[in-house]
Design a protein around this ligand. Structure first.
Ligand code: DX5
Ligand code: ZN
Length: 220
Protein backbone atom coordinates (compact mmCIF):
# COMPACT_ATOMS: atom_id res chain seq x y z
CA UNK A 1 0.00 0.00 0.00
CA UNK A 2 1.48 3.34 -1.12
CA UNK A 3 0.27 6.58 0.49
CA UNK A 4 0.84 10.06 -0.97
CA UNK A 5 0.45 13.01 1.39
CA UNK A 6 0.75 16.43 -0.32
CA UNK A 7 2.17 19.10 1.97
CA UNK A 8 0.47 22.49 1.76
CA UNK A 9 3.56 24.32 3.09
CA UNK A 10 4.22 25.94 -0.30
CA UNK A 11 0.54 26.16 -1.28
CA UNK A 12 -1.63 29.29 -1.06
CA UNK A 13 -2.38 29.75 2.66
CA UNK A 14 -5.11 32.25 1.78
CA UNK A 15 -7.16 29.50 0.21
CA UNK A 16 -6.29 26.23 1.94
CA UNK A 17 -9.70 24.62 1.38
CA UNK A 18 -9.27 25.29 -2.34
CA UNK A 19 -5.68 24.02 -2.32
CA UNK A 20 -6.74 20.83 -0.54
CA UNK A 21 -9.59 20.26 -3.00
CA UNK A 22 -7.04 20.44 -5.87
CA UNK A 23 -5.55 17.11 -4.69
CA UNK A 24 -8.61 15.51 -3.09
CA UNK A 25 -9.25 13.20 -6.07
CA UNK A 26 -5.91 11.41 -5.78
CA UNK A 27 -4.21 12.09 -2.41
CA UNK A 28 -4.56 9.88 0.67
CA UNK A 29 -3.89 12.55 3.28
CA UNK A 30 -3.07 16.23 3.46
CA UNK A 31 0.22 16.78 5.28
CA UNK A 32 -0.01 19.86 7.49
CA UNK A 33 3.32 21.33 8.57
CA UNK A 34 2.92 23.12 11.90
CA UNK A 35 5.94 25.23 12.84
CA UNK A 36 6.38 27.30 16.02
CA UNK A 37 9.49 29.34 15.12
CA UNK A 38 11.27 27.68 18.06
CA UNK A 39 11.86 24.06 17.03
CA UNK A 40 12.43 25.34 13.48
CA UNK A 41 13.22 28.91 12.30
CA UNK A 42 9.81 29.36 10.68
CA UNK A 43 6.20 29.81 11.78
CA UNK A 44 3.03 28.47 10.13
CA UNK A 45 0.00 27.91 12.39
CA UNK A 46 -1.16 28.41 15.97
CA UNK A 47 -2.96 25.52 17.70
CA UNK A 48 -6.32 27.21 17.01
CA UNK A 49 -5.58 27.78 13.32
CA UNK A 50 -4.31 24.20 13.04
CA UNK A 51 -7.58 22.85 14.44
CA UNK A 52 -9.57 25.11 12.07
CA UNK A 53 -7.66 23.93 8.97
CA UNK A 54 -7.90 20.29 9.99
CA UNK A 55 -11.64 20.51 10.69
CA UNK A 56 -12.40 22.18 7.37
CA UNK A 57 -10.27 19.74 5.35
CA UNK A 58 -12.14 17.40 2.98
CA UNK A 59 -9.18 14.99 3.26
CA UNK A 60 -7.95 13.36 6.48
CA UNK A 61 -4.96 15.25 7.81
CA UNK A 62 -1.47 14.03 8.70
CA UNK A 63 -0.41 16.70 11.22
CA UNK A 64 3.37 17.20 11.41
CA UNK A 65 4.23 19.10 14.60
CA UNK A 66 7.55 20.91 14.36
CA UNK A 67 6.93 22.32 17.83
CA UNK A 68 9.40 22.52 20.72
CA UNK A 69 8.61 20.91 24.11
CA UNK A 70 5.69 19.26 22.41
CA UNK A 71 4.80 16.64 25.09
CA UNK A 72 2.18 18.81 26.78
CA UNK A 73 0.93 20.52 23.60
CA UNK A 74 -0.31 17.64 21.46
CA UNK A 75 -3.95 17.89 22.53
CA UNK A 76 -4.01 21.63 21.67
CA UNK A 77 -3.22 20.79 18.05
CA UNK A 78 -5.54 17.82 17.78
CA UNK A 79 -9.03 17.77 16.33
CA UNK A 80 -11.51 15.22 15.00
CA UNK A 81 -10.34 15.20 11.36
CA UNK A 82 -6.69 14.61 12.25
CA UNK A 83 -5.85 11.07 11.13
CA UNK A 84 -2.35 11.13 12.59
CA UNK A 85 -0.18 13.41 14.69
CA UNK A 86 3.57 13.31 14.26
CA UNK A 87 5.94 14.70 16.88
CA UNK A 88 9.70 15.08 16.66
CA UNK A 89 11.87 12.81 18.79
CA UNK A 90 14.12 15.86 19.38
CA UNK A 91 11.18 17.87 20.77
CA UNK A 92 9.98 15.25 23.28
CA UNK A 93 11.02 14.97 26.92
CA UNK A 94 9.19 11.60 27.10
CA UNK A 95 8.57 10.31 23.55
CA UNK A 96 6.99 7.03 24.69
CA UNK A 97 4.39 8.82 26.82
CA UNK A 98 3.71 11.46 24.16
CA UNK A 99 3.16 8.79 21.50
CA UNK A 100 0.75 7.04 23.89
CA UNK A 101 -1.04 10.34 24.50
CA UNK A 102 -1.54 10.73 20.74
CA UNK A 103 -3.05 7.25 20.55
CA UNK A 104 -5.34 7.99 23.48
CA UNK A 105 -6.65 10.92 21.41
CA UNK A 106 -7.68 8.31 18.84
CA UNK A 107 -5.00 9.32 16.32
CA UNK A 108 -2.23 7.34 14.69
CA UNK A 109 1.05 8.26 16.40
CA UNK A 110 3.96 9.48 14.28
CA UNK A 111 7.56 9.90 15.36
CA UNK A 112 9.81 12.05 13.14
CA UNK A 113 13.58 12.28 13.25
CA UNK A 114 15.72 15.07 11.82
CA UNK A 115 18.55 14.20 9.41
CA UNK A 116 21.18 14.23 12.19
CA UNK A 117 19.21 11.93 14.53
CA UNK A 118 20.13 8.22 14.26
CA UNK A 119 17.34 5.80 13.33
CA UNK A 120 18.32 3.63 16.33
CA UNK A 121 16.35 5.97 18.63
CA UNK A 122 13.05 4.64 17.23
CA UNK A 123 13.80 0.94 17.79
CA UNK A 124 12.91 0.86 21.49
CA UNK A 125 9.78 2.98 20.89
CA UNK A 126 8.31 0.85 18.11
CA UNK A 127 5.45 -0.54 20.19
CA UNK A 128 4.12 3.04 20.54
CA UNK A 129 4.65 4.18 16.94
CA UNK A 130 2.12 3.90 14.11
CA UNK A 131 4.30 5.82 11.62
CA UNK A 132 8.07 6.43 11.49
CA UNK A 133 8.89 9.70 9.69
CA UNK A 134 12.40 10.04 8.27
CA UNK A 135 13.07 13.69 7.36
CA UNK A 136 15.05 13.88 4.14
CA UNK A 137 15.48 17.65 4.48
CA UNK A 138 16.28 19.83 7.48
CA UNK A 139 12.81 20.68 8.85
CA UNK A 140 11.57 24.26 8.43
CA UNK A 141 11.06 24.88 4.73
CA UNK A 142 9.67 23.32 1.57
CA UNK A 143 11.50 23.14 -1.74
CA UNK A 144 14.81 21.82 -0.39
CA UNK A 145 16.88 19.05 -2.01
CA UNK A 146 16.27 15.39 -1.16
CA UNK A 147 19.08 13.98 1.04
CA UNK A 148 19.74 10.66 -0.71
CA UNK A 149 22.57 9.95 1.77
CA UNK A 150 19.90 9.18 4.40
CA UNK A 151 18.55 6.11 2.58
CA UNK A 152 20.52 3.70 4.84
CA UNK A 153 18.40 5.06 7.73
CA UNK A 154 15.25 4.21 5.78
CA UNK A 155 16.56 0.72 5.01
CA UNK A 156 17.28 0.14 8.70
CA UNK A 157 13.81 1.33 9.67
CA UNK A 158 12.32 -1.01 7.06
CA UNK A 159 14.37 -3.88 8.54
CA UNK A 160 13.04 -3.11 12.04
CA UNK A 161 9.45 -3.25 10.77
CA UNK A 162 9.93 -6.39 8.67
CA UNK A 163 11.89 -8.30 11.36
CA UNK A 164 9.28 -7.50 14.01
CA UNK A 165 6.42 -8.05 11.54
CA UNK A 166 5.01 -4.59 12.30
CA UNK A 167 2.96 -4.57 9.10
CA UNK A 168 0.60 -1.79 10.17
CA UNK A 169 3.38 0.67 11.01
CA UNK A 170 3.91 3.08 8.12
CA UNK A 171 7.32 4.41 7.02
CA UNK A 172 7.03 7.99 5.77
CA UNK A 173 9.63 10.09 3.93
CA UNK A 174 9.27 13.84 4.32
CA UNK A 175 11.26 16.30 2.23
CA UNK A 176 12.31 16.65 -1.39
CA UNK A 177 10.07 13.91 -2.79
CA UNK A 178 9.52 14.36 -6.56
CA UNK A 179 9.28 12.32 -9.75
CA UNK A 180 13.08 12.08 -9.60
CA UNK A 181 13.41 10.89 -6.00
CA UNK A 182 10.32 8.88 -5.03
CA UNK A 183 11.62 5.63 -6.52
CA UNK A 184 14.86 5.92 -4.54
CA UNK A 185 12.85 6.41 -1.35
CA UNK A 186 10.50 3.53 -2.20
CA UNK A 187 13.39 1.18 -2.95
CA UNK A 188 14.91 2.06 0.45
CA UNK A 189 11.68 0.78 2.03
CA UNK A 190 9.33 3.75 2.47
CA UNK A 191 5.60 3.28 1.81
CA UNK A 192 4.27 6.75 2.65
CA UNK A 193 5.45 9.94 0.96
CA UNK A 194 5.10 13.64 1.66
CA UNK A 195 5.38 15.87 -1.40
CA UNK A 196 5.02 19.64 -1.15
CA UNK A 197 6.66 21.68 -3.90
CA UNK A 198 6.61 18.80 -6.41
CA UNK A 199 2.81 18.77 -6.15
CA UNK A 200 1.90 22.43 -5.71
CA UNK A 201 4.44 23.78 -8.19
CA UNK A 202 3.05 21.48 -10.87
CA UNK A 203 0.31 22.68 -13.23
CA UNK A 204 -1.95 19.77 -12.25
CA UNK A 205 -1.44 18.81 -8.57
CA UNK A 206 -3.92 15.90 -8.66
CA UNK A 207 -2.19 14.45 -11.74
CA UNK A 208 1.23 14.86 -10.09
CA UNK A 209 -0.04 12.85 -7.11
CA UNK A 210 -1.18 10.11 -9.50
CA UNK A 211 2.24 10.10 -11.23
CA UNK A 212 4.07 9.90 -7.89
CA UNK A 213 1.87 7.00 -6.81
CA UNK A 214 2.42 5.21 -10.10
CA UNK A 215 6.22 5.47 -9.82
CA UNK A 216 6.27 4.32 -6.19
CA UNK A 217 3.91 1.43 -6.98
CA UNK A 218 5.87 0.18 -10.00
CA UNK A 219 9.53 0.42 -9.09
CA UNK A 220 9.92 -3.07 -7.61
C1 DX5 B 1 9.65 20.59 5.98
C2 DX5 B 1 8.29 19.92 5.99
C3 DX5 B 1 8.02 19.12 4.75
C4 DX5 B 1 8.05 20.00 3.50
C5 DX5 B 1 7.97 19.13 2.28
O1 DX5 B 1 9.95 21.04 7.27
O2 DX5 B 1 8.18 19.02 7.08
O3 DX5 B 1 6.75 18.48 4.87
O4 DX5 B 1 6.95 20.86 3.50
O5 DX5 B 1 8.05 20.00 1.17
P1 DX5 B 1 8.91 19.54 -0.11
O6 DX5 B 1 8.19 18.32 -0.62
O7 DX5 B 1 8.81 20.72 -1.04
O8 DX5 B 1 10.27 19.22 0.38
ZN1 ZN C 1 6.36 17.81 7.05
Amino acid sequence: MIRICPSILNANFDNLPGEISRVASSADFIHLDVMDNVFVPNFTFTPERTREIVQSSILPVDVHLMVAEVDSKVADYSSENAASITVHYEACADPRQTLRDIRSLGKRSGLAIRPATPIEVVEELLESIDMIVVMTVEPGFGGQSFMESLMPKVEKARNYLDQKKLDDVWLQIDGGISLKTIEIARQAGADTFVAGSAVYESKDPAEMVRKLRFLASNCG
